[in-house]
Design a binder for this molecule. Sequence first.
Ligand code: BG6
Length: 466
Amino acid sequence: MAFPKNFLWGAATAAYQVEGAWNQDGKGPSIWDNFVRIPGKTFEGTTGDVAADHYNRYIEDVALMGEMGLKSYRFSISWARLLPKGRGEISEQGVEFYSNLIDELIKHNIVPFITLYHWDLPQGLQDDIGGWESRECSDAFEEYARLCFERFGDRVNHWITFNEPIIFEMFGYVTGAHPPAKNNPFLMYQASHYVNLAHAKAVMTYRELGCKGNIGMSNVINPAYPYTDSKEDREATWWAESFIFHWYYDPVLKGEYPKEYLAKIEARYGKLDITHDDLRLLKQAKSDFIGINYYQPTRIAAPDSKADSNEKNNRSPGAAGDVSFCGNYKTVMDPLQFEYTKWQWEVCPDALRDCMHRIKDRYGDIPIYITENGLGDEDPIVEGEVLDKARIDFIRRHLIACEQALDEGIQLKGYYAWSWIDLLSWLNGYKKQYGFVYVDRSNLQRKKKQSYYWYEQVIASNGETI
Ligand code: BG6
């Protein structure tokens, strides 16, 4: 059996997507609370105002996790629930909510795995200092992280600083699909550095406070493959791999930026504010693990023209059919060769195994958690039962890839299905479902899906029934 005894069988969510209660009990507004109110920004104008109402129903939700036998729950903290303006004044009601949630999880023997930042920056920080465009934001993040470690660190041993910087930076500063909806690649790269700085500061604070657990970051990985073996496609793949993978993982796992790529983007977009002290800090702030969010690979080809693409798309970096913003590569979709979901995301379990090896080859034998993986679908309801066979098949195939990776010597510590419960998809509203638990949008009642029972068996047998 490949899965070790203490393997963390988990599932994940994020605050804005699941909590609702957007202005309850003193919570401050986040950039998402405002962004969803701009006409045309989200699918059919959906918001996370209510979401799955997890804030008010967490006891019922954790009971369902306990009943399933879930080993670990990954969730994010809403920064503006703890610090309504982003820094300064603390909302004790906000602290109490997460404290109670953690206690409830522990009562059910579920390991809490906390993400500090899953995209919902307090609006106050966007207004006052320009959010991630400002170096100061990394200090505000450190203040927030310190508060979390001080209040919850006695019970929580697993911390993720950021979820998928590539997504909120690229959508926020290039495609405009996320707040603050700008179109300026220079700002994206600069924000990217300030986020890395914020991560490093939080890691250093974690160590300084003498916390005993593990801290790291989660990023999405869409391993890049040349569409053909041509020189042009292989060259384009270098660009894709440098941006999607090395630009985001090197600072966290090596404490440095990929030199050649950095030189090329600075030549194109301008000199970034990265100091020697910053680089020293990145080197010092060693992560204990890396979290991988994996959904799909990318098939890369040379672009038809080298011009910058300012295309306003709202798909993942690497989503099939797009030209990269820098104009150096394009992604290709080929339904004759590859398999796709309803939302046109390629299904390729072997690329999950491959990306774990790519990480090991480049950064050494670091502990890995798959912090997200799952199928977005419209689940069929037959005679009142949610029959999400396609999700079972998807997760099963990816777990087989994990099992192989373990056999090949990868230090894989846990797997978190995305998502625990049906929640708000940032750009696809409630139409795209991911959960083991269905939420009836008319009354917010929960119902176990077919996949819930299946995952329950997988956990009980420690992976034997996959
Ligand atoms: C990841 C995010 O990028 O993908 C999640 O961390 C998100 O928050 C998930 O929900 C699926 O994306 P989408 O667009 O299908 O909801």
